[in-house]
Design a protein around this ligand. Sequence first.
Ligand code: ADP
Ligand code: 5GP
Length: 197
Amino acid sequence: MKGVLIFSAPSGSGKTTILKRIFDKYPRMFGFSISATNRPARPGEEDGKDYYFLSDELMKEKIDRGDFLEWEEVYQGRYYGTLRSELDRIWSEGKVVVFDVDVKGGVNIKRMLKDNAFSIFIMPPGVEELENRLRLRGTETEESIKERISRARMELSMACNFDKVILNDDLQEAVKTVEETILQQMEKWNVKFETNL
Ligand code: ADP
Ligand code: 5GP
């Protein structure tokens, strides 16, 4: 089994921003597992790229059928799940699988895959800064920001379950630490890495 990387963080911590920088640098190495969700697409998001956007009915059907490696009702009525078929899709491309999942999902996948997975928690500098970033991102309603902040408090207490916690205060520094950590892990797994630079 090839290695699997898990990234989790409270919403607004900067996980997407960090991952984008890393994957732009190593496009041939990593394959993002595309999750399925029944939340509506945000402007600019594409079906089959950012998520598989499913109707409530189809999401429930897939849950009942056992199509997901794990799934969570991350926010009320909003389900997110990792499709088992994503692992084979990405491995068949010869890439390392990357999961970008909520904190509970991250802990669950690590529990299932054990040493075949390495889990990273992206830590925000504080709850106030998290709220700031969510506001500045401009994608959430006031209600959604409140829900994300209240969930963040629970999620922060789960950081100790991850293999590595990386603080995202200075973005540049966080990206560098994430990159170094991943490359170290790749060496342990004996996975060759190539950059496009
Ligand atoms: P997540 O994927 O964890 O929900 P995002 O990557 O969308 O978070 O980041 C949330 C917002 O915070 C974005 O607007 C992003 O540009 C900003 N951001 C990310 N990292 C930092 C940082 N180190 N300092 C300040 N703002 C940041
Ligand atoms: P967003 O709505 O901001 O895209 O995502 C909300 C949360 O759902 C994020 O914390 C994200 O990591 C998480 N998430 C995305 N896909 C999955 C998944 O497949 N499983 C789980 N458990 N969480 C996911």
